[in-house]
Design a protein around this ligand. Structure first.
Ligand SMILES: [Fe+2]
Ligand SMILES: [Fe+2]
Length: 121
């Protein structure tokens, strides 16, 4: 994935998320991959949300709602067994990849700019 942020921790974590999402397609399917993704995504979202709270970020609620939708999608996926069909692995991975790409190049960029213009950068 292209660089997503001028904030090092944010870009590094996004790259890890994209790598984990790509791994959902791997054959044989790693039964731990969705849980790893869930844990890492939670770690990343909490850091962003901590910055939003600390800075009184004006778009906080909207951004957290977006994170919450991703959390819900992942929780639902954890109840599936994608190893039964490779096409399902591909569709889950593609769905998450597109969602994340849209998120990091959209709503996250607004947060990045706000953090970079703050005293907490
Ligand atoms: Fe992010
Ligand atoms: Fe975000």
């Amino acid at each position: 994935m292209q660089k997503t942020s001028d904030i090092l921790w944010q870009d590094t974590q996004h790259q890890v998320l994209f790598t984990l999402i790509e791994r959902i397609k791997e054959v044989p399917f790693d039964p731990d991959i969705l849980l790893q993704l869930k844990l890492y995504a939670e770690h990343h979202f909490i850091i962003e949300e901590t910055y939003m709270d600390a800075l009184g970020y004006p778009h906080r609620d909207e951004h957290i709602e977006a994170h919450d939708r991703f959390r819900e999608e992942l929780a639902a996926m954890l109840d599936t067994d994608p190893s039964m069909h490779h096409a399902l692995q591909i569709s889950l991975s593609d769905f998450l990849y597109k969602w994340l790409k849209l998120h990091v190049l959209g709503i996250d960029k607004r947060l990045e700019e706000y953090v970079l213009n703050s005293s907490l950068k």
